[in-house]
Ligand binder design. Structure first.
Ligand SMILES: Cc1cc2nc3c(=O)[nH]c(=O)nc-3n(C[C@H](O)[C@H](O)[C@H](O)COP(=O)(O)OP(=O)(O)OC[C@H]3O[C@@H](n4cnc5c(N)ncnc54)[C@H](O)[C@@H]3O)c2cc1C
Length: 269
């Protein structure tokens, strides 16, 4: 499965309702829809067998009022995979362009209601945010554990690195940031699971990934420094953790965009 939302022209915009629409459009025909357009940066785009696809179904309406979510099967005539993007991190998870030229999608493959695609996004993105936050937390945990291991075996200045106050304090800070990120993710997922009894805070659909990815990026760069010159050497593995952490500053919404989205919930009248 691949989730196909982002387009070259309509990207951060789909996180925040406004006067913009998708360029990929689906026009009604007998028994279904004809889709034309393109998406890019789509995770698993070149490997998936099924795609969730968001397209504009009502011309002249903003996407939060005139877009629809469809299921598209890989073998649909007119559907092709474009470039596979050459990413700096998460290199085993491919991202690709998707191209639609007169693709027919039957009516039964509409998800939710026609012109209510934004609602599908609203329902889907909080779960995706928590999932991304938990993924990047694993990256931070590895960087931290590898740093503790290194500090317990590397001896400089007459003692192990872990016995130097500066290093000890930094490791404690890394430990704290991981704990805070994990607690925040648990709060969001627990509240999502208990919506019947606890009012859901919609800002939690955006913020856990922001915090976890910023923490992971900070922790990965500190981990590299704790490894000294070795941290810069590819075979030690810290540079991979830095590259992979960087992916989460951008994916599932750029952090600044997610903060803006959360601000709209926090400060709404
Ligand atoms: C690793 C990875 C995986 C991804 N996987 C998927 C996927 O599976 N499916 C999918 O659909 N997309 C996917 N994306 C796309 C991702 O969601 C977009 O890259 C992201 O939404 C930002 O779009 P953009 O890159 O065009 O940046 P832009 O929207 O051009 O943003 C550029 C900068 O401007 C800022 N900005 C934008 N709007 C505003 C505003 N109103 N106010 C202030 N600042 C603003 C942004 O925060 C950002 O810093 C993936 C991206 C990456 C890197």
């Amino acid at each position: 499965m691949a989730i196909s939302i982002t387009e070259p022209e309509t990207a951060s915009n789909y996180f925040i309702p406004g006067d913009w629409s998708f360029y990929t459009r689906a026009e009604k025909t007998e028994g279904g829809w004809i889709v034309n357009g393109m998406k890019h940066f789509i995770s698993n785009g070149n490997r998936a067998s099924t795609y969730m696809l968001f397209a504009q179904t009502e011309k002249g309406k903003p996407l939060h009022q005139g877009s629809t979510c469809f299921i598209l099967k890989r073998d649909t005539p007119g559907f092709t995979i474009g470039r596979v993007h050459n990413k700096m991190g998460e290199r085993l998870a491919n991202n690709a362009e998707l191209i639609f030229q007169d693709c027919f999608i039957p009516d039964e493959d509409v998800i939710g209601e026609v012109n209510k695609g934004f609602q599908v996004l609203v329902d889907f993105l909080p779960a995706s945010n928590a999932y991304a936050a938990a993924s990047v937390l694993g990256n931070a945990q590895t960087a931290y554990e590898r740093s503790v291991e290194w500090a317990k075996t590397r001896n400089q200045g007459g003692k192990l690195l872990i016995e130097h106050d500066g290093i000890r304090a930094q490791l404690a800070e890394m430990h704290m940031m991981i704990d805070v990120a994990r607690t925040y993710i648990r709060k969001a997922t627990w509240m999502a699971d208990n919506r019947d009894t606890v009012p859901w805070d919609p800002a939690l659909g955006a913020l856990p990934k922001v915090y976890a990815s910023q923490a992971a990026w900070q922790i990965a760069t500190w981990a590299s420094e704790i490894h000294g010159g070795s941290g810069f050497m590819i075979d030690i593995g810290m540079e991979k953790l830095m590259r992979d952490a960087a992916a989460f500053l951008h994916s599932d919404g750029v952090n600044r965009t997610l903060l803006l989205k959360a601000a709209n919930f926090i400060f709404e009248d």
